[in-house]
Ligand binder design. Structure first.
Ligand code: HEC
Ligand code: HEC
Length: 215
């Protein structure tokens, strides 16, 4: 009774191989194996460029590690959002790994170089480049990079996201529905900003790309 084990071994091999070879484009364009993992392209655009008017963020060129953390935060509820929570919960770990790796390899939009020594033009740029230290608000570029293009796996880009999306996230932190950065850095900042400042700084960063994300 030794021979009958071989076909079983083959079956296990086939199952583990197929679990590792998820096609990221299938997940992105058609959705995951679980139908609740809706096709990302439907909302995040054919190339991951996002849909500015709807407030759906760009994913192209974001760090894969950052995106995996966000998917985990949607699953845990640390980042509460009625659209993304069920989708993140339905994606398998292999699907999430494959699709975020594929998206991270896409080119980010071109970001204008900002001259930090020039006098800031308006309240949005002043906050972005100088902060408001009287209220313990550091300049956004200190963490998000010299032109808001993002730094490493922890600090996502602000340039090249739409003003609608950026403002919605700052509002989510103020209201406590996004509560997912380890030291509450963004929570403190968002709660310290006025609504006018949120709008001004969001319009400023959205306008730093030539992709029309600001429109
Ligand atoms: C029905 C629309 C919709 C679909 C489909 C969708 N998303 Fe999203 N996604 C959103 C919205 C809306 C947000 C912003 C949520 C918020 O405000 O917290 C978002 C945010 C995200 C973020 C966080 C981005 C950031 O900058 O923090 C990631 C990562 C993400 N989605 C990945 C995916 C993946 C992967 C898929 C496909 C499996 C997908 N999404 C499918 C609407 C969608
Ligand atoms: C001390 C560092 C730090 C500073 C200063 C900072 N941020 Fe952040 N910001 C972060 C971190 C970390 C995250 C990602 C949190 C997470 O893991 O979800 C983030 C995320 C964001 C996001 C969400 C982006 C997305 O893709 O969902 C927005 C919007 C944002 N910051 C706006 C700002 C603005 C505007 C300022 C300046 C007024 C600012 N930040 C200053 C650390 C910082």
């Amino acid at each position: 009774m030794k021979a009958p084990l071989w076909p079983l071994a083959g079956l296990f091999l086939a199952v583990s191989v197929s679990a590792q070879t998820v096609d990221p484009m299938t997940v992105y364009d058609k959705g995951g194996a679980n139908p609740a993992a809706v096709a990302c392209a439907f909302c995040h655009g054919a190339q991951g460029e996002g849909m500015a008017a709807a407030g759906f963020p760009r994913l192209a060129g974001l760090s894969a590690e950052y995106m995996r953390k966000q998917l985990a935060d949607f699953r845990s509820g640390a980042r509460a959002n009625p659209i993304m929570q069920p989708i993140a919960a339905a994606l398998s770990a292999n699907e999430a790994d494959a699709v975020t790796t594929m998206l991270a390899s896409k080119p980010p939009p071109h970001v204008e170089r900002v001259d930090r020594t020039a006098l800031p033009d308006g309240p949005g740029e002043a906050l972005a480049l100088r902060g408001a230290w009287a209220r313990n608000i550091p300049e956004c570029v200190a963490c998000h990079g010299p032109s808001g293009q993002g730094v490493g796996d922890a600090f996502p880009p602000l340039a090249g996201q739409s003003a609608q999306y950026l403002a919605s996230q700052l509002t989510a932190w103020r209201q406590g529905s996004r509560n997912n950065d380890p030291n509450d850095l963004m929570g403190h900042i968002a709660r310290s900003l006025t609504e006018e400042e949120i709008n001004a700084v969001s319009v400023y960063f959205a306008g730093l790309t030539d992709t029309g994300a600001a429109k």
